[in-house]
Write a protein that binds this ligand. Structure first.
Ligand code: SF4
Ligand code: SF4
Length: 314
C-alpha cells in the first residue's frame, strides 16, 4: 500500500471510521453511479490516493445555504471532510475564515490562479432584471460576480433547484427576474437540482470526474443521468400504476412497511426524476415518501409553479 493510501486509512481510523465502513460507502457510491461492482476498488482509490485535486470555487447567490448545509452536515458524518480533501476548495463563504474585503480579494486571486482549470459550484438563483439589482454581495450584483467567475471555469455545477432552475426566487411573479445560473449567464451547467439536493449526487459527479476523467452524461435538463434518469414513482416502494389512463394504487400489499401510495395526497413522483428512493437521505435512513409525505417534485424545472398546489392530486 502506498504511503498516501496508508495515511488516508489512518486518518479515517482517527475519525472512528473503519475500512469496512468506508468500503460500504464506496459500494453505495459505485451503485449510485450505475457502475458495476468491479469499480468499487477504483472508487476507493479516488478517495484514498487521488491523482489530482481539482480546484473548486463555490459561489452563493439567492438561496438559503440549505444545499451547502445538506452537503456539509447531513451526509455520512465523515464524508464531507474526505471530499474536502479530495478537492482543492479555494473559496466557500460558509466555511472559509476570510470575510469582507479579504474574502473578495481571495475570490479574485483564486480565479486568476486557476483560470480555465477550476470547477465552479454555484448555489442560488441570479436576478437578471434591473441589471441584477435584486441581489448583491459586497456592493456587486450576483450577475456581475457570476460573470467575473463562471466564464473562466472549466465546468460549472449548479447545486440545488435555485441554481439549476431559479427555485422559489423564480416563482411567479418573480419581480427580480431570477433565473438558474445557466439561463442567467447563457452557459452550460451541470444541474444537480433538489430542495435540497442529495449530497451523494454532488459527490458522485465529482467522483465520476476524477474516476473517468469526464463529467457524467446529462439529460435534457442538464441533470446527471446516473441520478436523474428514472422517476421517483418508478423506484417507489409504495408504487401504484396507470391503467387505461387511471392511476391504480397497489393497496393489496401485505407488506406493512410499504404503506399506501400517496398519489391522491398530491404525490408528484410519477413526473419527478430523482434517485431519492435509492440514495435516500441522512446516511440512507429514509426519504420523504417513505416517511409518509408526498413527493412535491422539487428536482423538476419551475416546480414551485408547475407542481403546486402540492396537496392536490394531479
Ligand atoms: S407514493 Fe408517489 S411515487 Fe410512490 S407510488 Fe405513489 S405516486 Fe408513485
Ligand atoms: S421525494 Fe420528491 S420532493 Fe422529496 S426530495 Fe425527492 S424529488 Fe424532492
Amino acid at each position: 500500500m502506498e504511503k498516501k493510501e496508508k495515511d488516508f486509512y489512518e486518518r479515517l481510523e482517527q475519525k472512528g471510521v473503519t475500512r469496512r465502513d468506508f468500503m460500504k460507502y464506496c459500494t453505495f457510491m459505485t451503485a449510485t453511479l450505475g457502475l458495476n461492482a468491479s469499480f468499487v476498488s477504483k472508487v476507493a482509490d479516488v478517495f484514498a490516493a487521488p491523482k489530482e485535486r481539482p480546484p473548486v470555487i463555490w459561489l452563493n447567490f439567492a438561496e438559503c445555504t440549505g444545499c451547502a448545509e445538506g452537503f456539509l452536515r447531513s451526509t455520512y458524518p465523515w464524508i464531507d471532510e474526505i471530499v474536502l480533501e479530495l478537492i482543492n476548495l479555494e473559496y466557500q463563504e460558509t466555511i472559509m475564515a476570510a470575510a469582507g474585503h479579504q474574502a473578495e480579494e481571495s475570490l479574485k486571486a483564486a480565479v486568476k490562479k486557476h483560470k480555465g482549470k477550476f470547477i465552479c459550484i454555484t448555489e442560488g438563483a441570479i436576478g437578471t432584471k434591473y441589471d441584477g439589482a435584486y441581489g448583491k454581495i459586497g456592493g456587486r450584483t450576483f450577475l456581475d460576480v457570476a460573470n467575473s467567475v463562471i466564464p473562466h471555469a472549466a465546468a460549472t455545477i449548479a447545486l440545488g433547484s435555485c441554481a439549476s432552475f431559479g427555485g422559489i426566487q423564480a416563482a411567479k411573479p418573480n419581480p427580480g427576474g431570477f433565473k438558474g445560473v445557466g439561463e442567467a449567464l447563457n452557459v452550460k451547467t451541470i444541474n444537480i437540482p433538489g430542495c435540497p439536493p442529495n449530497p451523494v449526487n454532488l459527490v458522485g459527479t465529482i467522483v465520476n470526474y476524477l474516476l473517468l476523467g469526464k463529467l457524467p452524461q446529462l439529460d435534457a435538463a442538464g441533470r446527471p443521468l446516473f441520478a436523474y434518469g428514472r422517476t421517483i414513482h418508478d423506484q417507489c416502494t409504495r408504487r401504484g400504476h396507470f391503467e387505461a389512463g387511471e392511476f391504480v394504487m397497489e393497496f393489496g400489499s401485505k407488506d406493512a412497511e410499504k404503506g399506501w401510495c400517496l398519489y391522491t395526497l398530491g404525490c408528484r413522483g410519477p413526473m419527478t426524476y430523482n434517485n431519492c428512493p435509492t440514495a435516500k437521505f441522512n446516511d440512507g435512513t429514509s426519504w420523504p415518501v417513505q416517511a409518509g409525505h408526498p413527493c412535491i417534485g422539487c428536482s423538476e424545472p419551475n416546480f414551485w409553479d408547475a407542481m403546486s398546489p402540492f396537496y392536490e392530486a394531479m
